[in-house]
Every structure is written in C-alpha cells, then in structure tokens.
Design a protein around this ligand. Structure first.
Ligand code: C5P
Length: 218
C-alpha cells in the first residue's frame, strides 16, 4: 500500500481543520474531518430520538447508518448534514457516542476505508494513535486553553455572536476533559508525533511550521 497519510490531532479550537485543509490543498491530498463524522452520527441519533444514555441503541444506530465524506461535505444516509452538525446541542451530545468503543470502532473502520486508496490529511483526536498508528507523518497541534478560547471568541464575534472568553473557556475545559479522559481513543499526542504549539503564531506561521514538518516525513 503506497498511500500517504498525514494525521493532525489536537484539542478543540487549536485550528486543526483549517490547517489540515490547507495542507491537503498544498499537497493535492484529500482532507478528512473526523470530528464531522462523530458530529453527523450524533446529529442522526438526536434526530431519531434515541436515548443518549442507551449505549446499545446508539451502537446499533451507528452500525446501520450510511456515512459519506464527499467534497468536504458529510452525508448522512445520502443527505448533506454539514451545516446541521455544528450546533451547541450536537457538540454537547457527542460524548455519548464518542465514549462508546463499538461506535469508535465503526467510525475508525470507515476512516481507514476512506484512506484506502487516497493520500489524505486527516484531523481529529485519535488519528495518529488509534486509527492510523502507521501514518508516515503525525502532527499534534495545540495551544493553551486561553489562546484557543480567545480565538474562538473572535470567530464567534465575526459571525455576530457575543460570548465572553470565560464562558467559552468553561465549555472548552469541559470538552477537553471529556476528550482526554475517554477509555478508548482519548486525545493525546502519539509518541512519534511532532508537537506544534501555536500560541502567539499567526495562522500563516502555523501553516508554515506544519508544512515544514510534513515535508520532512513524506
Ligand atoms: O473536531 P470537532 O470539534 O468537530 O470534534 C467534535 C468531537 O468529536 C470532539 O470533541 C470529540 O469528542 C469527538 N471526536 C473524537 N474523535 C475524533 C474526532 C472527534 O472523539 N477523531
């Protein structure tokens, strides 16, 4: 198998999506947003009125649905749900699915199938550790909680929503904790990942750092 796999893992708000997307564009690779896959399954479960504390039903649901990642859009049973998955309700409920090993297993297999015949840049929490432990190039992109919350506040402000950094920080700390503590697929840097700390760097500077790292390993 001669496909190239670049993994970019890190906490919420570290800028992974935008960086992974740009790296993929530069290299002519596909870009995979694995958070969107977790979000789509969660959105589907919420829409189907499944009890979020019923792990068996959630696992069965995840095994039945059809997910497709196509032109940077996420399709759930053939319907584009890309815009519907980025709501606070979905974000809050994700852990009920992401904590279940059987659900992670389903989604991980799906991610590996997507990478079967494409060079990809994939971003998430467990790409370099669980899903693609043999990836040629692994980046762990992170920033301090305060820096991530400040950037998020700016993004929201640009979109016309006013939230305080404190409010954002509180929700972000909760999500970081959930992502770091889960039994399977927890957020951590792979031992062979290059850690890039983006505090104080502009988006362009982060991109240059990631590209420089990637160029060495592919
Ligand atoms: O990256 P994004 O914020 O869209 O991810 C949403 C959530 O999906 C994360 O907080 C995490 O709980 C879960 N996730 C995961 N494994 C991944 C990607 C996302 O558990 N590879």
């Amino acid at each position: 198998n001669c496909v190239l796999i670049i993994t970019i893992d890190g906490p919420a708000g570290a800028g992974k999506s935008s960086i992974a997307h740009q790296v993929a564009d530069r290299l002519g690779f596909d870009f995979l947003d694995t958070g969107a896959m977790y979000r789509a399954v969660t959105y589907g479960a919420l829409s189907s009125d499944i009890q979020m504390d019923d792990a068996d039903s959630l696992s069965r649901f995840a095994a039945q649905i059809q997910l497709r990642w196509c032109d940077q859009k996420i399709l759930l049973n053939g319907i584009d749900v890309s815009d519907k998955i980025r709501t606070p309700d979905v974000t809050k409920a994700i852990r009920f699915l992401a904590d279940i090993p059987a659900v992670r297993d389903q989604l991980s297999q799906h991610m590996r199938r997507i990478a079967d015949d494409h060079d990809i840049v994939t971003e998430g929490r467990d790409q370099g550790t669980e899903v693609f432990p043999n990836a040629q190039c692994k980046v762990f992109l992170t920033a301090t909680p305060e820096e991530r919350a400040r950037r998020r506040q700016q993004q929201l402000a640009d979109a016309g929503q006013t939230l305080s950094v404190e409010e954002i920080l509180l929700a972000q700390n909760q999500r970081d904790l959930e992502d770091r503590m889960r039994a399977v697929g927890r957020l951590r840097a792979a031992s062979d990942a290059v850690v890039i700390q983006s505090d104080g760097l502009t988006p362009d500077e982060v991109l240059e750092k990631v590209l420089a790292t990637v160029e060495v390993c592919i």
